[in-house]
Design a protein around this ligand. Structure first.
Ligand code: PLP
Length: 481
């Protein structure tokens, strides 16, 4: 450690004539500012893909942006009216937030999680973070031991775990199991990691999954959690997409002493710009120690974020109309995703979300695997998912995220993945005006029960871009032969 001994400090203190630099005599120096080359970090693959979509659009090309998982749904008016009052109050005097988050919001989150999962959560278990991304980054640093992550998984886990100075321990998954780890694969990877001198102590799960959009049923989740318990593993349950379904998988009730939850307002509440996330640690001695460490970390960096925004977030939980609003948001995304699948399914395109009836689509992401077309793609000079994405973007105007970015250590694969993830969140909803009009039209029709089935409200008329992208993908497959 580079600590300075007190004796050295005191020697400086008795220096009689402090040396003041003669500024005018100092040469102006350039080139001292540079980067720390030992810090290896890749940019977020989703943000990089979004930039590519922007570049293609700027060059005059029509682009369907299927990159970022960004729900662009207008907030209900009742919420906006209430927020004005709350936020006005928070602006009159501006104070630092508490390092673990404002007590009112922590209580609301504790209530929400207790009610959703039927497991009592105390507000003292809840930490407010700057989005769950920052919560996860801090958690990977603060938690004891090495972390097992599913292979495939959200793009940022790998970089964040590397930044925490920990090894990546990927648990293999299969397309046919919706890319959800099996207990057998978990056990095998656990022992393998131990043989290699690693210290696996935590399993990360993202049950409503990015990138597949799929959700395993509770029996599959229970079997995996039972295996984690048997191996004495803790669980980090990334529940970022929990509000997109009525009954999200429940991990905390199965393993309350060893489950850490992370989530946020982003996906289910459509509030990504507010950057309100939370981490919930177990109500055990270990959990309390972890909470303390997380709070210390927060006190050294984000201090839990902005007070006015935390007040606004409290309003989300308080506002009675919000539950009805969220139910419509869920129906909206579910109907759109199903409509997209229906077009693809016409020529037999398979996706993990439909792999078995124990796995179902739950988030508006589409995961496509073109490895059966490897030879045809190779003939076009496409050998990996980056090239696949660039080809689709330039020739067909569809920009998503290369699937290889979701494979921990994917660049070392013998057969590079030919997968891609498409986010449907923003299709037809890219601009605020579009989003306002289309969501409001769906909301009114769905509330009035105009059609017996929500699917009938999602048509090429109401959702032209969604259908266009699905049809274009079919054309792409046809062109491959
Ligand atoms: C699986 C998963 N976890 C966490 C996050 C972080 O989201 P936020 O920081 O907005 O809470 C994302 C964002 O896309 C995600 O896909």
């Amino acid at each position: 450690m580079n600590t300075i001994a007190p004796a050295v400090l005191s020697r400086h203190r008795v220096t009689k004539r402090p040396i003041t630099p003669n500024l005018s005599a100092m040469p102006i120096q350039f080139g001292k500012v540079g980067t720390n080359d030992t810090l290896q970090i890749a940019p977020s693959a989703t943000f990089a893909a979004k930039e590519l979509a922007g570049q293609l659009a700027n060059s005059g090309q029509t682009v369907h942006d299927c990159t970022v998982g960004q729900p662009n749904i207008p907030a209900p008016q009742s919420f906006l009216d209430a927020v004005v009052k709350r936020v006005n109050h928070a602006f009159k005097f501006s104070k630092y937030a508490a390092a673990n988050g404002q007590p009112e919001l922590r209580s609301q989150v504790a209530n929400f999680v207790s009610q959703t999962y039927g497991t009592p959560i105390d507000p003292d278990q809840v930490l407010i973070t700057h989005g769950s991304k920052q919560g996860l980054a801090d958690l990977f640093r603060a938690v004891d031991g090495d972390i097992l992550i599913p292979d495939i998984a959200w793009v940022s886990y790998e970089e964040q775990i590397k930044l925490a100075g920990k090894p990546i321990l990927p648990v293999p998954t299969e397309f046919t199991n919706g890319h959800f780890p099996t207990p057998e694969a978990l056990e095998e990877t656990y022992h393998h990691a131990k043989e290699f001198g690693k210290n696996p102590q935590v399993l990360l799960l993202n049950t409503i999954n990015n990138p597949t959009g799929a959700m395993p049923n509770q029996a599959k989740v229970d079997a995996l959690v039972a295996k984690a318990k048997e191996l004495d593993l803790g669980i980090i349950s990334d529940q970022a997409y929990e509000l997109l379904v009525t009954h999200p998988p429940n991990i905390v009730a199965q393993h309350p002493e060893e489950t850490i939850i992370t989530s946020s307002l982003t996906k289910g509440f459509a509030r990504q710009g507010d950057s309100i996330g939370w981490v919930i640690t177990p109500n055990t001695d270990g959990g309390k120690a972890l909470y303390k460490k997380m709070k210390q970390l927060s006190s050294q960096d984000t201090v839990s974020g902005a007070v006015p925004i935390q007040r606004l977030a409290t309003e989300w939980f308080d506002n009675p109309e919000n539950k009805a609003h969220q139910a419509i948001v869920r129906r909206f995304y579910a109907a759109r995703t199903q409509a997209f699948y229906n077009v693809l399914a016409k020529d037999g395109t398979d996706t993990p979300s439909l792999a078995e009836n124990t796995i179902q689509p739950a988030a508006p992401y589409i995961w496509l695997d073109f490895s059966p077309q490897r030879a045809q793609l190779q003939a076009k000079g496409i050998t990996n998912s980056d090239e696949l994405m660039s080809h689709l973007g330039k020739q067909y105007g569809i920009v998503g995220v290369p699937g290889g970015k979701f494979v921990p250590g994917g660049s070392q694969a013998v057969d590079p993945p030919l997968t891609l993830r498409l986010s449907l969140f923003q299709l037809d909803l890219g601009s605020n005006k579009e989003a306002d009009e289309r969501f409001t039209a769906f909301s009114q029709a769905a509330t009035e029960g105009k059609e017996a089935d929500d699917g009938a409200l999602i048509t090429p008329d109401t959702s032209p871009e969604l259908f266009k992208v699905a049809q274009t993908l079919r054309q792409f497959k046809k062109d491959l032969g």
